[in-house]
Ligand binder design. Sequence first.
Ligand code: SAH
Ligand code: SF4
Ligand code: F3S
Length: 444
Amino acid sequence: MNQSVKKKVFIKTFGCQMNMRDSEIIWEVLLGAGYEMAASQEEADVVLFNTCSVRQHAEDRVIGNLCKLAARKKKDPEFKIGILGCMGARHGEMLLKEYPFLDIVAGPSDIYSIREALEKVFSGEDKVLAVKNKKRPRKKVGNVYWRGGFSAFVNIMYGCNNYCSYCIVPFVRGGEVSRPKNEIINEIKELVQKGAREITLLGQNVNSYGKGLTNKIKFPKLLEAVNKIEGVSRIRFTTSHPKDADKSLFRAIKDLDKVCESLHLPLQSGSNKMLDLMNRGYTREEYFDKIDLLRSMVPDVGLSTDIIVGFPSEKEKDFKATEKAMETIEYNSAFIFKYSPRSPAVSACLVDDVSEEVKKTRNNELLAIQKKISYRKNKELLGSRQEVLVEKMSRMSKDEMTGRARNNVSCVFPGDEGLIGQIVKVEVTGASAHTLKGRCVKEL
Ligand code: SAH
Ligand code: SF4
Ligand code: F3S
């Protein structure tokens, strides 16, 4: 870059873990090109929003943040603003037209050309629309940039082929592309050298990992390979699709010592009619059978889920079926979402006929049910000893530390900052719906 003074960039990330990792990749590109990190939006020469389109609310938040910058842009035309990520891919040129103060729009697959885009806008050329790639190109930028801490995200695949009828992801992230095993292993080794101890493998549907690769490999085999890497203490992964999660995955969770006993398995609805309309590819009975099998193999597994309430034509009896499913399965935690139509996802053609009020009531009812279940499940752990990776000081007290047990439940216990990054044994002495309380009994 031809800059006497380095330009400062601020990236604000919205959405899921894939976006958090994408923001790191954007840093890999920009730090390599001579840009610097700004400590705040105010001191930045460029603000980039790495955005999410999963529900309307997520997009509204981005637009709210974007509009706050309009006044500054008016005073300072040299200041540049970009919308990257899923909203960029979803709306493309429309964003540049609707928000004339915006300089760059790019999708998730176009983040590798962000350097060229910035060069163009800084050299006074016109605005840049860099939404070109549908599928994610397999690129390695250079050295891995990692935000630090003890936990690192590693993409094992990009995109999604599932086309659940409500979901925007396949449209904005393109079709599935798996990364070769060696590329993943080398990236993890690099991260371990930098200090990462917990690795979370990312994919929209990790169970279909390996398709299209020349060296045939399936996800459990990849877990086996990651399990062998020296310096990795813990392995997590997200997300598993219930139609593809099978015994070989459950066996990997059971047998591989570093793979945590925890699974996020989004149910979405407990009603077969809704599951069919959602194009999920399984019935509630098949889902229940998988949970039974998993629990018979890994009895102390931590389970979490995603649920959508108010999908088009969801009747009270469909909702009750979801309620019943949650009470039967007893997840450790659950994310509950109100349905939001996302064109061009196909369900956007169905009438959004469940009122906002009913969606809200159903959402609150499920949250209340889950809270009781989480509390009950946490109380069952009283007296047990949990292996906790110490992450940070507790927000409530500077004399307490917090981290996650292997089942992914948070755990708070007296301790000091010297423990950060270590794995300790905690005896559980108290429980609330969201956390376990305990005391450190022995460092491992
Ligand atoms: N690939 C992952 C994550 C997808 S997005 C998976 O399959 O689980 C995360 C969650 O957002 C989904 O599981 C779903 O519960 C929710 N979601 C996606 N689209 C939605 C929509 N249009 N309205 C409401 N919630 C939605
Ligand atoms: Fe969306 Fe379904 Fe793909 Fe998940 S599996 S990203 S919910 S289309
Ligand atoms: Fe993630 Fe949101 Fe995109 S959930 S994949 S950032 S639409």
